[in-house]
Design a protein around this ligand. Sequence first.
Ligand code: HXC
Length: 258
Amino acid sequence: MEFVKLQIEEEIAIVTIDRPKSMNALNNQVYEEIIAHLEAIQANDQVKVVILTGAGEKAFAAGADIAQMVHQDAMEGRHLGGLCHRSAYLLENMRQVTIAAVNGYALGGGCELTLACDIRVAAENARFALPEVGLGIIPGGGGTQRLSRIIGVGRAKEMIFTCDQIDAQEAYRMGLANHVVPQAELMDYCKAMARKIASKASYAVSVAKAAVNTSENVDLPSGCAREQDLLGLLFATHDKKEGMEAFLERRKPNFTDF
Ligand code: HXC
């Protein structure tokens, strides 16, 4: 693919947005390539964790492509919104864990992609912002919905209304970034985390992801009822038997379910 590269290293898929001339700006083709890669990864039993990042040292992605959007009408804008949502939905709901390795500017649609990832790790030079109202639009890839769930409504509104850029340390303080690391260590840090997650029972991890996602969408009793049913389901798996027997036999488990 032209703008989004896929590299598979054992159980880790690295998806890299690579459009250096425009700070990895996201046009329709970039979103379509992200979607195609994520759909292929979903079907790949080998891959347990996805790391999404941007090429170069300046930008994760500087947002949707303004040079494209400036010419677009309402229906084209709506179509673009659909591509943003499809990419975000996949990152958020695919069975693999998704980590955003935020290597620089994550603005607009770029920021929204990070919000849809399960975990965000920021390089020290990362900058997060939703600058859309400065362009006469609104965050259209889930930014008005997911940001407030992560950092709270008051802070989300301030970020969206002011368009202010949030640096890595501030993002960490707000809970927007899970960790801040030197840029040179970003990918190694994310890969180490990915390997740790991949060493657990992968089907259990994917069920835990679905259960936590449920907590965002339903009331507490409904979420706990779903958790209880999922727990029961996991008691029927090979990996539950293997994980517990391995503990009792003081050996490393050999997990196979996914
Ligand atoms: C198109 C972009 C771009 C973008 C940067 N470029 N961001 N092109 N769309 N979002 C291009 C510039 O035009 C320039 O091209 C080249 O990348 C380098 O950018 P500079 O501005 O010269 O670099 P710098 O001064 O370092 O500033 C970096 C920056 C700035 C802070 C990231 O470029 C910037 O503010 N970009 C726009 C950010 C933004 O508003 N994003 C939100 C978009 S709306 P040339 O050819 O001149 O070298 C959005 C909506 C999502 O994302 C949801 C809608 C459905």
